[in-house]
Design a protein around this ligand. Structure first.
Ligand code: ATP
Ligand code: MG
Length: 260
């Protein structure tokens, strides 16, 4: 059965999509895992990251979650071996209303919608949106693990406290198995300010923090326009080195959990 990982955080623009698309590709290409990247954002950035022309996509996560098609009919293979994507689209903005209208078990809709394909993958990665409480709740309910990318600044700690409280509630009410793999510091720059914040996050005891920090690296933004994971776009960049090191930490943590 696939292990499921939610990449989420309270704030926009902190590297969720960059982390989800690159982690998914590295797990497929370097670790030979069968990976499904699920785009849960109506902006569909991770979909357009790997699918050059999205205009002809008929079935998406919206159709899957609203019962209009089976997940198998929506999943698209990418040019990268082992990496498939369950795309999103603008229609997905209506999912919050759909979930609100459900009278029973709305937190479990994503989880139950993906059941038919779970056995076909080693890992399923959810790229979560910056807003949308109900879809985030669905992603956390469906997941075994959570990764929290954040930019080390003044706003990060209140966000971290909030998500930590949310995860505690999820654990209590809908998903007792959920585990935070770690906070991932992104867009790191080697200056006094960022060093101090990074140190502060690494020494807090609320949530675990990955040893790897993702440095600010323009190659990561450039790679988007080429629709390639960073390890294919520029394997010698800092972005590639950092995401490889982070992915190794992820694999080691998951293996450790599996051994328990
Ligand atoms: N380490 C980095 N170095 C430089 N640029 C980065 C880095 N990580 C992300 N970016 C850039 O920052 C922008 C926001 O990143 P990304 O889309 O991954 O964030 P997000 O959390 O998914 O945003 P949203 O909340 O809108 O979904 C993008 O243009 C991306 O290319
Ligand atoms: Mg995003």
């Amino acid at each position: 059965m696939a292990r499921k990982i939610a990449v989420t955080y309270e704030k926009g623009g902190c590297g969720k999509t960059t982390t989800a698309v690159n982690l998914a590709a590295i797990l497929a290409l370097k670790y030979s895992k069968k990976v499904l990247l699920v785009d849960l954002d109506k902006q569909a950035y991770s979909t357009s990251y790997y699918i050059k022309d999205c205009r002809d996509i008929e079935n998406t996560i919206y159709e899957v979650m609203t019962g209009r098609c089976e997940p198998q009919q929506a999943i698209i293979s990418t040019p990268y071996k082992g990496l498939d994507i369950l795309p999103s689209c603008r229609r997905f903005r209506e999912i919050e209303t759909h979930l609100m209208m459900m009278t029973r078990r709305q937190e479990y809709l994503l989880s139950s919608s993906l059941e038919p394909i779970e056995g076909s993958y080693d890992l399923i990665i959810f790229d979560c949106p910056p807003s949308g409480e109900r879809i985030k709740e669905n992603a956390l309910t469906a997941s075994d693990f959570v990764i929290l990318p954040l930019i080390p600044d003044d706003f990060a700690l209140p966000g971290l406290i909030q998500i930590s409280e949310e995860i505690t509630e999820i654990r209590r009410f809908t998903n007792p198995r959920i585990k935070v793999l770690g906070v991932l510091i992104t867009q790191y720059e080697n200056n006094l300010n960022k060093r101090a914040y990074t140190q502060a996050f690494k020494s807090q005891e609320l949530l675990p923090v990955f040893n790897t920090v993702i440095r600010k690296n323009t190659k990561l933004s450039e790679a988007i326009n080429h629709h390639k994971p960073i390890i294919e776009y520029d394997s010698r960049s800092n972005g590639a080195a950092d995401y490889l090191s982070f992915s190794e930490e992820v694999i080691n943590l998951i293996n450790k959990e599996d051994e328990k």
